[in-house]
Design a protein around this ligand. Structure first.
Ligand SMILES: [Zn+2]
Length: 185
């Protein structure tokens, strides 16, 4: 047990429950490439994504790292990864899919380390979207409260504003009249 980070085994990302290794230092702790440099407020959202929808990709990256990016000693592991990605509907993430994972110097020869980089890139990109999606939805809610978000709505709001300002003008014009009545009375 690591007394400094209860709940996370030594070597793992410091975000609670994260399945990835801690590889990037931040504020005295080690975080994975998905949690590093993210506000702690979305740590749990990222962990849930890594353990849910992204779990087949997470497990695959860990498998590739464990075998040193070489399946010569463990062809069964490679077949297990293929089955896992296909079951997850990610045929596009298989080694060499659509001509990916090849060095420009060796086209047609998929490289496992480049494959690992592509898989980890998918994890990073998906988790980065989680942060921006939250910020965007917060902005949209504010905009809905404050006023129109589309040109058509703006025209309608402007029309109402003009109409109500005319009513205000009408009332102001009537006020001196009522004052007069009071004076008369
Ligand atoms: Zn993490």
């Amino acid at each position: 047990m690591n007394s400094e980070q209860p709940g996370q085994p030594w070597g793992m990302c410091a975000a609670f429950g994260c399945p990835l290794l801690g590889s990037l230092g931040s504020e005295g702790q080690w975080y994975c490439f998905c949690h590093a440099h993210k506000p702690s407020s979305i740590n749990a959202v990222i962990t849930a994504k890594l353990r849910g929808q992204l779990a087949p990709i997470v497990e695959t990256t860990l498998d590739i790292r464990r075998c040193g990016a070489s399946f010569h000693q463990s062809p069964d592991l490679y077949r297990a990864i293929q089955r896992r990605l296909l079951a997850a509907g990610r045929r596009d993430l298989l080694l060499g899919a659509n001509g990916a994972d090849c060095s420009p110097y060796r086209p047609g020869e998929p490289n496992v380390k480049l494959w690992l980089g592509r898989l980890e890139g998918v994890l990073i990109a998906t988790c980065a979207e989680l942060g921006t999606a939250r910020r965007q939805s917060a902005t949209a809610q504010t905009a809905l409260v404050e006023g129109p978000t589309h040109a058509a709505q703006f025209v309608e709001t402007a029309r109402k504003a003009i109409a109500s300002s005319e009513r205000v003008l009408d009332m102001e014009e009537r006020e001196p009249g009522s004052d007069d009545e009071e004076t008369v009375t």
